[in-house]
Design a protein around this ligand. Structure first.
Ligand code: ATP
Length: 140
């Protein structure tokens, strides 16, 4: 079934989510405050907007509250990530996935109501370690 996604931040994480969702035939609105980043997704995402997601008026005018899923993929600017997640939550988006930069960031995102928090470097490390252990068990 087709769902509507809004991705805020088109770094490596947000960008790869955008590409994969579009390849899976999903409808994707991509937002980035950096014009070059946004332009790189013009031919990929369903809609692309250059804008600061910390600006509540921008989020409202994009109708963010009507999306099925919002991905907050802002990395380094932790304050922006927290504020945007909070605003999107208050607007009533049913499903919010947010990217955390560290454990403290992850805890705050969970507290303010992100439905799923990912910490890509840590999560990938855990997954790889589990795979190594299970393939060792299978080999032994
Ligand atoms: P990655 O690891 O996914 O490459 P990162 O952790 O390095 O990302 P950043 O590059 O800091 O994260 O942010 C990801 C993207 O989010 C950038 O393209 C940046 O321009 C965008 N971004 C940051 N703040 C905002 C904002 N307030 N509104 C919209 N986009 C933003």
């Amino acid at each position: 079934m087709k769902q509507t996604y809004a991705i805020i931040g088109l770094g490596r994480f947000g960008g790869s989510i955008c590409q994969t969702l579009v390849e899976s035939d999903q409808e994707v609105l991509a937002i980035d405050s950096n014009e070059d980043r946004a332009n790189a997704y013009m031919d990929i995402a369903t809609h692309v907007v250059v804008g600061n997601a910390q600006d509540e008026t921008t989020l409202r005018s994009l109708g963010i509250r009507n999306f099925d899923q919002v991905i907050v993929a802002i990395g380094e600017d932790i304050q922006a990530s927290i504020l945007v997640t909070l605003m999107v939550k208050e607007m009533g988006v049913p499903n919010i996935l947010a990217k955390a930069n560290n454990e403290y960031h992850a805890r705050v995102l969970e507290k303010i109501g992100a439905d799923r928090v990912v910490h890509p470097e840590r999560d990938m490390g855990v997954r790889i370690a589990h795979k190594m252990v299970s393939s060792n068990i299978l080999d032994s």
